[in-house]
Design a protein around this ligand. Structure first.
Ligand SMILES: [Zn+2]
Length: 153
């Protein structure tokens, strides 16, 4: 299970909507509890460095990834996942996504329809990157925990 705190979630949605109709990408920083539950405390927007049409592709910039990792360590946290958007497309995990993934991170995909956030899913690639299992994703839409929305798909 992966939980995204309200402020981090707002950062992810804002980045996905701002970069529309291109794909966005970024890092998720947080911690993993003993029971395996991950909590995203900070989202770090990154540039899409794919050299070509970006409406259905993204590529992480290694420097950005290193910077996010440094920022995580400075706060006593870990880099626990990567997020990216699917403009006018469902939040599924494509073969390209699988190929470009790595097994030790969670991958959150945000579907952005007509420029607005629509829905999201999280995926966990297996060790061989042959399949990615859906992971339960919980995010808070605002800081009031009573109205936190749980999204299960
Ligand atoms: Zn994708």
């Amino acid at each position: 299970m992966i939980k995204v705190e309200a402020e981090a979630w707002r950062t992810m949605v804002a980045h996905a909507e701002k970069t529309y109709p291109d794909e966005c990408c970024g890092a998720m920083v947080g911690e993993t509890a003993d029971d395996g539950t991950k909590t995203v405390k900070l989202a770090v927007p990154m540039r899409n460095s794919y050299e070509g049409p970006q409406e259905d592709r993204y590529e992480l910039h290694p420097e950005d990834l290193l910077a996010a990792d440094r920022e995580a360590r400075a706060r006593g946290l870990d880099l626990i996942g990567i997020f990216h958007s699917h403009p006018d497309c469902d939040a599924y995990f494509s073969q390209t996504d699988l190929k470009n993934s790595c097994p030790w991170y969670s991958f959150v995909v945000l579907s952005v329809q007509k420029g607005r956030f629509h829905h999201a899913n999280s995926f966990l690639p297996d060790a061989d990157q042959t399949v990615a299992e859906k992971e339960e994703l919980i995010y808070a839409e605002d800081s009031d925990s009573h109205s936190a929305a749980a999204v299960r798909r």
